[in-house]
Design a protein around this ligand. Structure first.
Ligand SMILES: CC(C)(COP(=O)(O)OP(=O)(O)OC[C@H]1O[C@@H](n2cnc3c(N)ncnc32)[C@H](O)[C@@H]1OP(=O)(O)O)[C@@H](O)C(=O)NCCC(=O)NCCS
Length: 241
């Protein structure tokens, strides 16, 4: 596939099995540089190859002027593999029409250009004419930059899992995110702020109809879905729990 320009000396194209080696080099490099390894669940080489070759997966790669792969994003056309709806009570996530945003990485020399979200946009635009208008993903509570980007892309935090499977006999904390571009959430106007690392408080707020809508340092802002509460007299009503 031909590489398409992104406007700033970078190019993108969808990757296939021939890109396996270069992709693994990038993944290992970025992972080695991560201070908090719990923030990224590494796929095995077989899983990465499956993602590059299966009809149900897409992997987009970003290349620099020298043709070197400097970023990627994986997306799965379906949610059967990850089964995220089982962790979510606050909203019904239909299997049909829902996709899963998997791993994304940007080489440290190219961070700060919004590439995590630009690759998400490329994926969404590629699927515009297909029947996927809902998306799910997971993010670690300790992956601030990624979480900020997921909120910026219009996702809401709809689930918290204390022990999410992270490889053989390994479990990590994860938030579950969801976006439905055809039926965006409607809110009652009641907001609250909770500590990002207080899983219990987040679960309590979720059970009362609140979803996460933004994060600022260790403060998570949650907004109540309209079906759970009377519309507040003042739309900026805010309280702490
Ligand atoms: C998460 C990640 C993809 C974001 O990269 P990105 O799209 O380039 O990030 P943004 O363009 O949104 O960056 C916004 C700001 O955060 C900073 N930033 C982004 N990631 C950062 C990181 N890991 N460490 C420190 N600062 C970071 C950027 O430099 C930029 O700062 P600026 O506004 O002062 O210029 C990248 O940090 C990464 O590859 N992390 C490791 C893998 C990972 O966690 N992937 C996500 C989970 S699947």
């Amino acid at each position: 596939m031909k590489k398409l320009p992104m406007g700033d000396g970078l190019y993108y194209r969808f990757l296939d099995g021939n890109d396996l080696e270069e992709l693994l080099v990038l993944i290992d490099h970025v992972y080695d540089g991560m201070e908090d390894k719990t923030a990224y669940i590494m796929d095995t080489e077989e899983e990465v190859l499956e993602q590059l070759t299966s009809e149900n997966d897409k992997v987009v790669g970003i290349f620099n002027e020298e043709g070197k792969l400097i970023a990627f994003r994986h997306m799965e056309l379906g949610i059967e593999r990850k089964q995220l709806p089982k962790y979510v009570d606050i909203v019904e996530i239909p299997v049909e029409g829902t996709l899963y945003h998997g791993g994304a990485m940007v080489h440290e020399d190219y961070r700060g250009r919004g590439l995590q979200n630009r690759t998400r946009k490329i994926m969404e635009e590629t699927l515009e004419n297909e029947n996927f208008h809902r998306a799910t993903s997971t993010v670690s509570p300790y992956n601030y930059f990624s979480m900020k980007n997921v909120f910026k892309s219009g996702f809401a935090l709809v689930g918290y899992v204390e022990e999410y499977p992270a490889g053989e006999d390994m479990f990590e904390e994860r938030f579950i995110f969801f976006k439905d571009s055809k039926n965006p959430f409607e809110f009652s106007g009641n907001n609250l702020k909770v500590n990002l690392f207080d899983g219990k408080a987040i679960l309590k707020a979720l059970s009362e109809g609140y979803v996460g809508i933004d994060v600022d340092y260790d403060t998570l802002t949650m907004a109540q879905l309209s079906e759970y509460g009377e519309v507040a007299a003042e739309s900026d009503l805010l309280y702490e729990i």
